[in-house]
Design a protein around this ligand. Structure first.
Ligand code: BJ8
Length: 422
């Protein structure tokens, strides 16, 4: 609408490029999402959010800033939202899953680098992401080498605070991370002018935990056969979890779960009963990287779980709510990150245990190991995961890809062959 154009302009966006970027979305979205038969009605809210993806929510953030609040962008589930919210800020997860800004990212980054990093930086340079434009600053982390070094470049374009994330989980690492959490708390207090109290932090921990609980409930629904909702729709919801107002989002996810739980009782599904059930594990799938789900579900299978940061790694680890003092709360927040099994840790055997557990919990027939091109931590970890799955008799296939559509045909052939084997 015209209102949004003025807002985008005020945010310093490149309107022409932005039009070009958004132009194909309605058609792609219509084909992939709206055309699904027997889709849960509760998806209506999420369709609405996507339909106005750069509108109302951005306006809320602009208004939030006009009222003196901060908007903080981040790229990793380790970054503690709770501290941002406790200082009256809004946290936005900005990981990017589109091909469009990748060539621009390549102007300042090497080409043989993870597309997620190139897209993220490309979005800032292209000035086509209003969330990036509205953000006061970015929080980066020392996870993989690619991200760690990209923050130095991104900092040229938007202030970037880097949290040093431990690589292991020994006592020294725990001490480092809690210090980083404290340093971030001080940074947030300085930026916002708001003192973070135990009371405020308790409230924001609760909000974040409720969001995680709603996502867990949604995932639990997928354990039914037939699955009451497609993997695509759940992936979309997980992606929107990083942008939307947390309270409203939680309410909408819970409303959808009410409907799904009724469907389960009635034996209603989005796929046929007995359709092959797939667990995806690996690199994150930020919006709009829907390609793999589209191929798998287009071939008659259903994705029932994602062991990714746009999946279980985002919500399975919650924060203890029994901390009465700030120190106890900060300790609880720091524990959470150390319990997330990201391949950036060494060793990271917890991830293998998670995958084996999730295959059982979700009754998966096979595992698709999704590796973003040039993502080394996940690519290297494949060997161990593959071995554990083979020993457990669970079929697995490794798919290495990016956000472009160039390899769709080839992936389709490989996935179909894999599904036939199950
Ligand atoms: S906790 S997975 S969100 S670091 S895909 S940029 S690892 S080269 S995203 Fe991640 Fe946090 Fe870990 Fe999760 Fe690097 Fe790999 Fe790219 Fe990645």
């Amino acid at each position: 609408s015209n209102d949004w154009r003025q807002m985008w302009k005020d945010l310093g966006m490149d309107l022409e490029k932005h039009d070009e970027f958004l132009a194909p979305v309605p058609e792609v979205y219509g084909k992939l999402f709206m055309a699904q038969e027997n889709r849960p009605k509760g998806m209506g809210y999420f369709d609405f959010v996507v339909g106005d993806i750069h509108g109302i929510r951005v306006k809320e953030l602009v208004d939030h800033k006009a009222n003196g609040g901060k908007v903080v962008a981040s790229f990793c589930v380790f970054v503690p939202d709770e501290i941002i919210t406790a200082a009256g800020g809004v946290s936005i997860g900005l990981c990017a899953g589109a091909q469009f800004p990748v060539p621009t990212g390549e102007q300042v980054l090497p080409r043989n680098l993870c597309p997620l990093i190139k897209a993220s930086v490309g979005f800032k340079l292209d000035r086509i992401c209003p969330y990036f434009q509205v953000a006061d600053f970015v929080v980066g982390e020392t996870t993989c080498d690619g991200k760690k070094k990209a923050w130095e470049i991104l900092d040229e374009f938007i202030p970037t605070h880097v949290m040093e994330l431990p690589q292991r989980r020994a006592e020294a690492d725990k001490a480092l991370w809690i210090e980083e959490i404290r340093r971030f708390k001080e940074k947030m207090e300085k930026e916002s002018g708001v003192a973070i109290t135990a009371e405020k932090l308790a409230a924001s921990i609760k909000i974040a935990n409720e969001k995680r609980a709603a996502l867990q409930r949604l995932y639990n629904c997928r354990k039914a056969d037939p699955a009451p909702i497609s993997g695509k729709d759940v992936l979309l919801i997980s992606e929107l979890a990083f942008f939307d107002d947390p309270k409203r989002f939680t309410q909408q996810v819970n409303a959808l779960c009410d409907e799904l739980e009724t469907r389960i009782v009635r034996g209603e599904g989005i796929a046929e009963k007995g359709a092959p059930r797939i667990l995806i594990t690996g690199s994150p799938m930020p919006i709009p990287s829907w390609k793999l789900h589209a191929i798998i579900e287009g071939s008659g299978a259903v994705v029932v779980c994602e062991e990714t940061c746009t999946g279980t790694r985002y919500f399975e680890t919650t924060i203890r709510e029994d901390g009465a003092t700030l120190d106890e709360q900060l300790a609880a927040i720091s524990e959470r990150a150390l319990n997330i099994n990201c391949a950036c840790y060494t060793p990271n055997n917890g991830r293998i245990e998670d995958i084996l557990r999730l295959v059982k919990e979700y009754n998966a027939d096979g595992v698709v190991y999704y590796n973003l091109a040039f993502c080394q931590p996940y690519s290297i970890e494949y060997r161990k995961v593959e071995k554990a799955l083979q020993e457990a008799g669970i079929p697995v296939i490794k798919i290495e890809s990016d956000f472009s559509e160039e390899d769709t045909g080839q992936l389709q052939t490989r996935i179909e062959a894999f599904l036939e084997m199950l």
